[in-house]
Design a binder for this molecule. Structure first.
Ligand SMILES: *Cc1c(COP(=O)(O)O)cnc(C)c1O
Length: 497
């Protein structure tokens, strides 16, 4: 299988190259030249498989330049042992009224990013071997919270790599900050910057495009790469869990084989929901994709009108991992829906870059709207939904998943479609315990994070993730906060060049 760029279909790469590079030189994203097929017989066979076996079957259709043994090493390294706190890795929990919660947060950092960032380092090191790369790969990350920690956990002590994470000094939750500054591993470095997430992201992009620095790095034997969700190696593992969820629902007698389901996803960069779209293209029976946003509802408007316009206020919400106005992975959907029209995608993305805005033609928009439904929910209704689901189902949602449940209910009210629906649950409620507890009517004033963990345990009875409880005993290794202009210097200092 070849990988092509969404902005240039002439360029053809093997998956190992695409994963190592991350982003195409023309600014486009790598996509498989065609989506492989999953037959009914294969889906049936997967019902009785473990998560790792399911992943092996799906991944080998995309990573055709990897041997079966290499793929098995990657999946075992990521999802094997006791790396995930659930044997099923991504279990499905049934709630009332056709709702099935797909819990994607049983990994080491308690957010769904682990599903991809636990396996990406294995893909990356395998890809480096296969392509004869002899430079050390330096992963640079700007994070608003979840990605940084998940990337650190994934890349810690991975041979041939170093990882440096920049986070906004006062833009992350206390738990998120503690998770990062106590990170273990010999090849990791973390620094706060005196600015917001955009400053961190801009700083990292500047480093990536600094030709002089790149030369110095290259001479010293280093090459930069990225661990964010534009990398195909982060998207492909996400296709697996939708197929896995379907198999579990058939196996558990919740649906008949062949019966269609809906999928509802709390969305930011459009990666997670796009993975479900690829699952459908492969042959999984999915009816509608319900795209849930918080007050940063640029996607809701796009799915209702066909116009994408990022010129609007940016809100800091209680679901911070969805606070995003440019959903990078939407480019891959546009490419597919337009029939691999790289020229059209380049034009649209050029407009977005220049004016912050583009509009689809009627015909193209009709194709999007036929499959996707968008809705949004503000902080107030997010909290109401946490309370409602707790009261009605006895189940505790985190703030991101609550947005999805609220939008799902809007969808049912609006369309009358009661098809059974898989709702992607993207974080453990313990990661956002302050907002969750206050939604449940508890007084959180003056409580520190560990008191809040105890309070949420007493309230919900949900098992406390060991990795979060243990933070109390970890050394704070990285308390440096730097000026954003000092980022390139810091990179050199860390790499000793
Ligand atoms: C990253 C993230 C999201 C958004 O996922 P996308 O793939 O960017 O759409 C939603 N919820 C949580 C908790 C996340 O960490």
């Amino acid at each position: 299988m070849n990988y092509i760029s969404t902005r240039n279909t002439e360029l053809k790469l093997k998956s190992a190259e695409a994963i190592k590079k991350g982003l195409s030189e023309d600014g486009g994203l790598f996509v498989p030249a065609e989506i492989p097929e999953l037959t009914d017989a294969e889906i049936k066979k997967m019902i009785n498989m473990s998560y790792i076996e399911r992943a092996n079957l799906v991944l080998k259709k995309y990573l055709t330049d990897f041997t079966e043994k290499e793929i098995a090493q990657c999946t075992n390294g990521a999802y094997g042992g006791d790396n995930f706190s659930s044997d099923k890795v991504a279990p499905v929990v049934k709630l009332a009224n056709g709702k099935y919660i797909l819990e994607l947060w049983h990994g080491p950092t308690c957010a769904f990013k682990d599903m991809a960032l636990q396996i990406l380092p294995h893909f990356m090191t395998t890809a480096m071997k296969k392509t004869g790369e002899n430079k050390k790969i330096v992963i640079l990350v700007a994070t608003s919270g979840d990605t940084g920690k998940a990337a650190l956990e994934g890349f810690k002590d991975v041979k041939g790599t170093d990882i440096i994470v920049f986070y906004p000094g006062d833009g992350v939750s206390d738990i998120q900050k503690l998770q990062m500054i106590t990170q273990e591993g010999a090849n990791v470095y973390v620094a706060g910057i005196d600015g917001n997430f955009d400053d961190a992201q801009t700083g990292v992009k500047k480093i990536f495009t600094d030709a002089k620095l790149e030369k110095e790095m290259s001479d010293a034997g280093f090459a930069f790469s990225s661990a964010n969700s534009i990398n195909w190696g982060r998207l492909v593992p996400q296709i697996v869990y939708y197929i896995s969820a379907y198999c579990d629902m058939v196996g558990g007698g919740e649906i008949e084989f062949g019966e269609k389901i809906n999928v509802c996803v709390p969305t930011g960069n459009f990666g997670n929901i796009l993975a479900s779209y690829y699952a459908k293209k492969m042959g999984l029976p999915i009816n509608k994709f319900i795209c849930a946003s918080n007050s940063n509802n640029v996607l809701t408007d796009f799915l209702k009108t066909g116009e994408y316009n990022k010129n609007r206020p940016f809100y800091q919400s209680v679901s911070p991992s969805m606070d995003i106005l440019v959903s990078s992975n939407l480019e891959r959907l546009l490419f597919d829906i337009s029939g691999s029209d790289a020229k059209r995608v380049s034009t649209l993305m050029g407009k977005l870059n220049k004016n912050g805005d583009y509009k689809l033609t009627k015909a193209l928009f009709a194709k999007v709207a036929d499959q996707f439904w968008g809705g949004c929910c503000d902080d107030y209704f997010t909290k109401v939904q946490i309370w409602k689901t707790f009261t009605e189902d006895g189940y505790t949602l985190d703030t991101h998943t609550a947005v999805a449940v609220d939008v799902y209910e809007q969808y049912v009210r609006d369309t009358g479609d009661t098809t059974k629906t898989v709702i992607a649950s993207t974080a453990s409620p313990y990661k956002f315990n302050q907002s969750v507890l206050s939604a449940l009517g508890e007084n959180v004033d003056g409580k520190d994070d560990f008191e809040l963990i105890d309070m949420l345990y007493n309230k919900s009875g949900m098992e406390v993730p060991k990795s979060l409880a243990d933070l109390k005993y970890k050394d704070k290794r990285f308390e440096t906060v730097i000026n954003k202009d000092e980022m390139p210097e810091l990179v050199k200092k860390v790499l000793k060049i």
